[in-house]
Design a protein around this ligand. Structure first.
Ligand code: F6R
Length: 241
């Protein structure tokens, strides 16, 4: 595991963007696994800037996002599809046909999970998976539990996750209670993983993920078993190291 320390969110974003940019340059038709949330926004902004500067070309890149709220349409401004379009896809030269996100509008959880796993398989797997880390140690929407979930599945979001996400919705009642997420097996089968974390509220989850026992109670701890993980975190997130 490689650990890069950044001073703050901005520096974390720039360093993380360097890792993704290197992947795109070395393999222009790579498959990027992408995340939503606050953590990757600065990274995406940096990638957009390098694209606009003519230094990056996304025309052959394919993407597979980690997760999507169940029940939200692409047009809903809280859907992860909408997030990805607004925060990255609309500002780079990616072919939208090459972008993949679980379909939140599919009410059949088993069918959607199977479909999405097949999508990733047909892509030939993920070359570089970007991950944020939940305050409770979740990766994707794999919440702490008694066992590691395997493939893509539908999950009941934990109260702490609903609480953390309520800032994006008019009220806590509007936060979806379920989501589709890549499973731990899906995430772990990515050839490389890039974990980013910023802020003191991530410090315990980050410490437990990288140094604690490997347990489904801290889903991020499974990353200790992956052979190619790069962590970019700021000083606040690393304050317990
Ligand atoms: C998002 C995702 C989540 C977030 C995590 C951290 O696609 O899968 O695991 O990465 O909840 O969220 P932020 O970055 O908002 O702190």
């Amino acid at each position: 595991m490689k650990l890069y320390k950044a001073k703050n969110y901005q520096e974390m974003s720039r360093k993380a963007a360097h890792v993704i940019a290197a992947q795109v340059i070395l393999k222009p038709d790579c498959v990027l696994g992408l995340a939503t949330g606050s953590s990757p926004v600065g990274t995406y902004q940096q990638l957009i800037q390098w694209y606009k500067d003519g230094d990056l070309d996304f025309s052959k890149v394919k993407t597979a996002n980690l997760d999507e709220y169940k029940g939200l349409t692409k047009e809903n401004d809280q859907s992860y599809y909408y997030f990805m379009y607004q925060n990255l896809f609309k500002d780079i030269n990616i072919d939208m046909a090459n972008t993949n996100i679980p379909d939140g509008t599919n009410p059949d959880s088993q069918a959607e999970a199977a479909r999405y796993d097949q999508v990733i398989e047909r892509l030939g797997g993920v070359d570089l998976q970007l991950l944020g880390l939940g305050r409770n140690g979740h990766i994707g929407f794999n919440e702490p539990g008694e066992a590691f979930a395997k493939g893509t599945h539908c999950i009941d979001l934990q109260p702490s996750t609903i609480d953390a996400n309520k800032r994006f919705f008019p009220s806590i009642d509007d936060v979806p209670k379920q989501a589709y997420t890549m499973g731990i097996r899906t995430i772990m089968s990515a050839r490389r993983i890039l974990l980013i974390a910023s802020g003191e509220d991530k410090a315990k989850a980050l410490y437990d993920s990288l140094h604690g026992p490997i347990t489904p109670h801290v889903p991020g701890s499974i990353l200790q078993l992956h052979s190619d993980v790069t962590v970019v975190a700021d000083e606040a997130a690393l304050s317990l190291f």
